[in-house]
Design a protein around this ligand. Sequence first.
Ligand SMILES: O=C(O)CCC(=O)C(=O)O
Ligand SMILES: [Fe+2]
Length: 331
Amino acid sequence: MLLEVPVIDVAPFHAGDAATKRAIAAQVGRAVNDIGFLVITGHGVDPNLIARVQAASNAFFDLPEPDKLAVLRPAPDITRGYIPLEAESVGRSQGLDVPGDLNESLMIGPVDVPPGDPYFFGPAAGKHFHPNLWPARPADLQPLYEAYFRAMGSLAEDLMAMFALALDLPETFFADKIDRHISRLRVRNYPAPLVPPKPGQLRAGAHCDYGSLTILRAEDKPGGLQVLNRAEQWVDVPIAPDSYIVNIGELMARWTNGRWKATLHRVVNPPMDQAAASRRLSLVFFHNPNYDAPVAALPGTVAEGEAPLFPPTTSGDHLRAQFVRTQVQAA
Ligand SMILES: O=C(O)CCC(=O)C(=O)O
Ligand SMILES: [Fe+2]
């Protein structure tokens, strides 16, 4: 049983033969089975794109508050736009009554939505394809976020193929369930604190992610990400050079009938004596399947004579319920 988050080089998956692919998938499967998290290198995302997305994001968060509020999230069930410091508490998704999180964020959804197509704009689509809200400044933020969203979508496809192989399913098993994915890119800025936190307040409260998987680019700063392992210990996630942190969300846990866990994680406060150097930017890509993708225990995950652990749901229904729960003002 892995009690620490492993670092896995996934580069050979691309060029590899069937045996190589299976070997990488097995390592990935072990990580998500044991601790729900892994760190990947060899992911193939252009480092220059990542750096430019980070620079544009920092420029946005440095704007005066009114510029940021011009793209304020319009409603709790619309996952677009700017969310100010302490306006959301992800710990509430666990039913905890905790203060607002010490981060501000900017969020977008799908970027290549075919205009007028009823799948995307009919009643069944709900608000999952709500138009993105783009700030007026910095001017290059929109094209950079769009390019980054596409890059994350294709990395997520690779990871879902690894998951399918790890579950002894065909490599393309998830392909038709994620080809119109309702993923979100959420860029979080954790400011350097000027005052100590309130009781129970964290940079991001303990929560599980809701979707299929999350791909996170984090910075190595005081006050970082911790994961609760199966021995109930909080362990720091290692930051390897040019790596991504990957974890599974609740929908993947449901697909595997709870065999793989959506692990609790949190972002802790920096010690006050290291506060000055603790500003931290995270690029968080929440990969979510198509809104109408059925999510129920996959073949082979329920033992004979046993009932599945969770009732069947769809990606869209599960996500909407969780988005609304975490809004502090919607309590
Ligand atoms: O910023 C981080 O390191 C993690 C953020 C996170 O867990 C989330 O946005 O769901
Ligand atoms: Fe998370």
